[in-house]
Design a protein. Sequence first.
Length: 52
Amino acid sequence: MQSVINLSILIPTYKRLDLLQECLHSITQQNVLPKEVLIGNDDNNNFISEEK
């Protein structure tokens, strides 16, 4: 059973969708979950995209 604590996680990213997905998956596999996960995207677009 997972419990939630009053903790925020901030993930900075820039055109690294693969690593962001891996990071988010890792967070969801923990025994204790954060209250919130914030993603700081340093890309000019409004979405996180894979670098082409």
